[in-house]
Design a binder for this molecule. Structure first.
Ligand SMILES: NC(=O)c1ccc[n+]([C@@H]2O[C@H](COP(=O)([O-])OP(=O)(O)OC[C@H]3O[C@@H](n4cnc5c(N)ncnc54)[C@H](O)[C@@H]3O)[C@@H](O)[C@H]2O)c1
Ligand SMILES: [Zn+2]
Length: 338
């Protein structure tokens, strides 16, 4: 912190109950030793943190802690903590510095890279947010030792996404190492984190603000449907990464029909996701509800929803709409109820 934000005297350490119980005390002590005044701020676990009410609480807590323009917010936790604390930092005093200490695999490889911060509304995920790059991100693979296996698998889904949509050699590496990754082998995971961060950073550097049709849109592969699944189930269904896995399988099927993805490549994606223990089919969701949520996610009508398709492994095309016949077929195949 001293190096990244030299002027800071106070730190707001934002974390949730579980991560705080595991790592909050050592983190607080380390910051104290560096001569900083630390206030620990607890937020609810998981997606519940990303609510406007929680953001408002955080603002008031930042005021009470006396966090000034030269001070810093540290987000210790998963992507939910990072998105909320990052957005609080983006808005507090029109923007103060923040540092990410991601503690889930998903947060280490995905949400902590790229500077997107946001909260949810009942109308959909990430509807209010901003781009606010952290001053730095501290990735400690040892934090993953306490992460439940299911959370770990959900993080692997985002690594598969980066490979499938932007980096064929990463995809092939994942295929070779899938056994070790599925078994949560530390060395393989650490290398996967390195490779995924490098691949995502490459994309984000080319297109920081996600221009219309820019390179960064590729990273939404699997997310059109993934977000709709999460919203349709009121964010109490599958984990984000699990929903994205189902979304990627559907997007690959659509890619075969509409973007020339070879059937064999679609099968390779399915096999890799299977190997990593990621779900194939939706929990019981009515098709009509999914279609409504698809449209709502980006405020378009359903026929205008843009899909990121992959003409080949490692490359995504500019997002585009597809026929509603094709979309319905893909959703039914993914397990939606007619
Ligand atoms: N900003 C971005 O670019 C971006 C990208 C992808 C996802 N996201 C967001 O990230 C969020 C999902 O993040 P997530 O998957 O990290 O989930 P999360 O932040 O909800 O954390 C999941 C659970 O794991 C627990 N946990 C975290 N670290 C742990 C550890 N080391 N040991 C034991 N338990 C631990 C947490 O307490 C929580 O209960 C979503 O809101 C998604 O929208 C943002
Ligand atoms: Zn994601």
């Amino acid at each position: 912190v001293r190096e990244l934000v030299p002027g800071a005297t106070r730190v707001a350490l934002v974390t949730d109950a579980r991560v705080g119980a595991l790592y909050g005390e050592p983190a607080r002590r380390a910051l104290r030793r560096a001569g900083l005044a630390v206030t620990v701020l607890r937020v609810p676990r998981g997606e519940r943190a990303k609510q406007s009410a929680e953001l408002a609480k955080l603002w008031r807590a930042l005021a009470a802690a006396g966090i000034g323009r030269h001070d810093v917010v540290v987000a210790l936790g998963g992507g939910a903590v990072g998105d909320l604390a990052g957005f609080a930092a983006a808005t507090w005093l029109r923007g103060v510095a923040w540092i990410g200490v991601p503690s889930t695999l998903l947060a280490q490889v995905d949400s902590s890279v790229g500077g997107k911060t946001a909260i949810d509304l009942p109308a959909g995920k990430n509807l209010v947010g901003s781009f606010h790059q952290p001053r730095g991100v501290l990735v400690d693979p040892a934090l993953l030792d306490t992460l439940p296996a299911r959370q770990l698998r959900a993080g692997l889904a985002e690594i598969v996404k980066v490979g499938m949509a932007t980096d064929a050699s990463l995809f092939r590496w994942l295929e070779r190492e899938s056994g070790r990754l599925a078994a949560s082998e530390g060395a393989a995971l650490e290398l996967a984190v390195r490779k995924a961060i490098r691949a995502k950073a490459r994309v984000v550097t080319r297109d920081e603000r996600e221009r219309e049709g820019g390179a960064r849109t590729a990273l939404n592969f699997g997310h059109t449907l993934g977000h709709a699944i999460e919203a349709a189930l009121g964010f109490r269904g599958p984990l984000h990464g699990e929903a994205v896995a189902i979304g990627m399988r559907a997007a690959a099927r659509i890619s075969v029909a509409a973007a020339g993805l070879p059937l064999g490549s679609c099968a390779r994606l399915d096999a890799l996701l299977d190997e990593l223990g990621l779900p194939r089919r939706l929990p019981r969701v009515p098709l009509a509800r999914l279609v409504v949520m698809l449209a709502r996610d980006k405020k378009r009508d359903a026929s205008n929803v843009r899909w990121v398709l992959t003409p080949e492994i490692g490359r995504a095309s500019v997002p585009r709409s597809i026929s509603s016949r094709l979309m319905r077929a893909a959703l039914l195949e993914a397990g939606a109820r007619a």
